[in-house]
Design a protein around this ligand. Structure first.
Ligand code: GSH
Length: 370
């Protein structure tokens, strides 16, 4: 029995199961729209999320993509890599190996490090939480026979527990969590008030990475959106510009190398994101399920260890090791200046075990807190 109808062969070729409020669905949609790759967005109902998607991809997460040949994909980072290999023009991963590495690092930071502030702003503020609980109940739980109020309560409780309190957000860490968003806004504001996208006239990988949290959470959830409009209006414009961008509409030369105005983003990658990844990898090597993450003077207590994030670190390290001798010194100098080199050289004591055969994005996938 296949409860999902097979691809029809007419209309858009790619099915994307996700949500119009989802971080990673937004990231993928921004990419597919820019590339002009037709897709059909389908709601990740509870039946899809609970049964079909885990069976087909190995991971209950969105977006989940089914190709016209019936193969399923999960995890936007390897998905974008795969689409780039099939639709190379226009490339979104820069040709310059140093720009490419810095872009992958920012993509990873946007995926993993902005997740906590995005979930905190969405679920800790009552107005945001009430609105999103209604939206998600109506969009994703349509197939459940339960009163609307009960669906709203269930969603709100699940998200707040799983992605706010269990992820270390409390009265001691809240200021630090929010400061990550504010620093990223300021850094992006200074970049996109000077040029349309992070590396010039057209969007590249780092734009799509930041697009997930910035579009689907920060620019649309009431509390962070008000902050964005006041503090970083150019970021507000960039979000709309990226959603509306079509390949061919804008041409021109990208900036050369990694621009100085990426400095604050790379500082955050080094002192925030990568510092966390290293502590997570240490805890994983010690066989722990939870750990205390120290970020300067702030301690996030008893947060879950993520094998997926060990894989993120491994993958960045593998990419760094692929950079040839001609560019090695340039990349090392850049990374060292921003506190990224030491964590990227950290010897991962125990491999993540995820995707040993290099099959990603073709499953079996792994959720961040599997
Ligand atoms: N690394 C994955 C992350 C996907 C992800 O975490 N998606 C979220 C929604 S935006 C999700 O499905 N979370 C699972 C849950 O809520 O249980 C990707 O890039 O696609």
């Amino acid at each position: 029995m296949d409860p999902v109808a097979p691809p029809t062969g007419d209309g858009p070729e790619i099915d994307v199961w996700g949500s119009s409020s989802s971080y990673f669905t937004g990231k993928l949609e921004g990419y597919l729209r820019w590339k002009g790759i037709p897709y059909r967005l389908r709601p990740m109902t509870s039946r899809m999320f609970g049964r079909v998607v885990p069976r087909e991809t190995g991971a209950a997460q969105m977006p989940a993509v089914r190709l016209p040949d019936g193969r399923w994909m999960t995890d936007t980072t390897p998905m974008i890599e795969w689409f780039e290999s099939r639709h190379p023009d226009p490339r979104v991963i820069p040709a310059d190996p140093v720009q490419a590495f810095a872009s992958r690092l920012l993509e990873d930071m946007a995926d993993e490090w902005l997740w906590r502030p995005a979930m905190h702003f969405r679920w800790s503020y009552p107005e945001d939480a009430g609105l999103l609980a209604s939206r998600l109940a109506d969009e994703l739980l349509v197939d459940l026979a339960a009163p609307r109020w009960a669906k709203r309560v269930a969603i709100r409780r699940r998200q707040t527990t799983r992605f706010v309190s269990r992820d270390g957000v409390n009265q001691h860490t809240r200021g630090h969590v929010e400061s990550v968003y504010l620093r990223m806004l300021d850094a992006l504001q200074s970049i996109v008030s000077r040029r349309p996208f992070l590396l010039g006239p057209t969007p590249t990988l780092a734009d799509f990475g930041f697009f997930g949290p910035m579009f689907r959470h920060f620019a649309t959830d009431p509390t962070p959106a008000a902050i964005m409009r006041d503090r970083a209006p150019a970021v507000w414009s960039w979000v709309a510009r990226l959603w509306d961008a079509r390949e061919g509409a804008s041409r021109g030369e990208p900036v050369a190398g990694v621009p100085d105005d990426w400095g604050p983003l790379l500082d955050e990658a080094g002192h925030g994101h990568l510092a966390w990844l290293v502590q997570n990898a240490r805890a994983f090597a010690d066989g722990r399920r939870r750990f205390d993450a120290t970020m300067g003077s702030v301690v996030y207590e008893n947060v879950p260890v993520s094998s997926y994030r060990v894989w993120c670190l491994e993958r960045l390290q593998a990419r760094l090791s692929e950079i040839g001798p001609a560019d090695e010194e340039r990349v090392e100098r850049l990374l060292d200046r921003h506190g990224c080199l030491v964590p990227l050289r950290h010897a991962v004591g125990r491999p993540s075990g995820h995707d040993p055969e290099g099959r990603a994005p073709f499953g079996p996938g792994c959720t961040v807190f599997a």
